[in-house]
Design a protein around this ligand. Structure first.
Ligand SMILES: Nc1nc2c(c(=O)[nH]1)N[C@H]1C(S)=C(S)[C@@H](COP(=O)(O)O)O[C@H]1N2
Ligand SMILES: [Mo]
Length: 319
């Protein structure tokens, strides 16, 4: 893990993850620790916890070169300050409400313009390619940001299994919309299911992460369990949570945010400090845990890796 503490941040501002874990295992008691030692499986219980779901460590996670060396946003912030409108629109709602999400059994249907459409069980997805830890900068369109150690592998690993055809120009992601377990889906904040999309070259870019974990553990429900997308050079809403269907398509998909406010949310949604949201500036951001605002970087700091995908495009028009 790349825990580099910047000198301008007081240690007291950072909740050490170990303290948090200690508190949890204290709640869970000695039995949970014993269980973690006894189980040699892919998913070993880490610590039982009183109110919410037990935390589960992911085994065999390798470090990745696709990692930034910046101070990690504390686990507690990553898992309690969330956007997941299916569980409510306040930042605290998902952590409070998402315990109702049932993540097993779970399948992801991959279909459309491909030679071998298939349905993948979540257990297969976890074993499809080696799990990597990747520390990514994340930037929400609301102008806050975090640095998060995700666990997963490049989405391209999954997509190549179904053999996309030459007509596969875009990829559409649909996420779970279950009114029984998701209180937000009973309301009309967005049209459900939540749909997102990428161009095929964006979807195949190695940075685009199919994500099953965070902080070395299985994703908490509020972060999009059991499988979500993470696209670090785009605004956070492109990173669809709790994916159930991936469709290779010829035409640019209509996404949930684009449908609801086309003048505010374009298809590409690349982080761009020079293109303001119609109602606020995107020039700066508040890194969660910091006081002074930071300058927002083009492509969220990933320009070197992804800017070439957009050569010749007017990024003010294609926002
Ligand atoms: N299904 C679904 N996915 C979603 C959202 C959502 O409301 N529903 N919110 C998005 C937004 S706006 C952000 S910023 C990120 C937040 O992910 P995190 O809470 O894991 O950081 O999830 C994205 N994925
Ligand atoms: Mo967001």
């Amino acid at each position: 893990m790349h825990l580099i503490r910047r000198p301008d941040i007081a240690p007291s501002e950072i909740t050490p993850r170990d303290t948090w874990l200690d508190r949890r295992s204290f709640l869970g008691g000695a039995a949970a620790g014993a269980a973690a030692l006894a189980s040699g499986g892919l998913l070993a219980p880490l610590a039982a916890q009183a109110a919410t779901a037990p935390r589960e460590k992911l085994a065999g996670v390798k470090k990745s070169n696709w990692t930034v060396a910046e101070t990690l946003t504390p686990y507690q912030d990553v898992t309690t300050y969330n956007n997941y409108y299916e569980f409510g629109t306040d930042k605290a709602d998902p952590a409070e409400n998402a315990h109702t999400l049932k993540t097993r059994p779970w399948t992801v249907r991959v279909e459309g313009e491909c030679a071998k459409p298939a349905t993948f069980g979540i257990e297969d997805i976890l074993k499809l390619a080696p799990l990597e830890e990747r520390v990514y900068r994340m930037r929400c369109v609301e102008a806050w940001s975090m640095v998060i150690p995700w666990v997963g592998y490049s989405l391209s690993e999954l997509l190549k299994r179904v053999e996309p055809t030459g007509n596969a120009k875009f990829v559409e992601f649909a996420t779970l919309a279950d009114p029984q377990t998701m209180p937000g889906v009973r309301g009309r904040v967005l049209q459900w299911p939540y749909v997102e999309g990428l161009r095929i070259d964006e979807a195949m870019h190695p940075l685009t992460l199919l994500t099953m974990g965070v902080y070395g553990e299985v994703l908490p429900n509020q972060n999009g369990a059991p499988v979500r997308l993470v696209v670090p050079w785009k605004y956070g809403f492109k990173s669809a949570k709790s994916i159930v269907r991936i469709r290779l398509v010829e035409k640019m998909p209509v996404t949930a945010w684009n449908r609801s406010q086309p003048s505010e949310y374009g298809f590409f949604s690349n982080v761009n400090p020079e293109v303001d949201h119609p109602r606020w500036s995107q020039a700066k951001e508040r890194r969660i845990g910091e006081f002074r605002k930071r300058d927002t970087l083009p492509f969220n700091g990933y320009a070197e890796q992804v800017a070439s995908l957009y050569t010749g495009m007017d990024l003010r028009k294609w926002f």
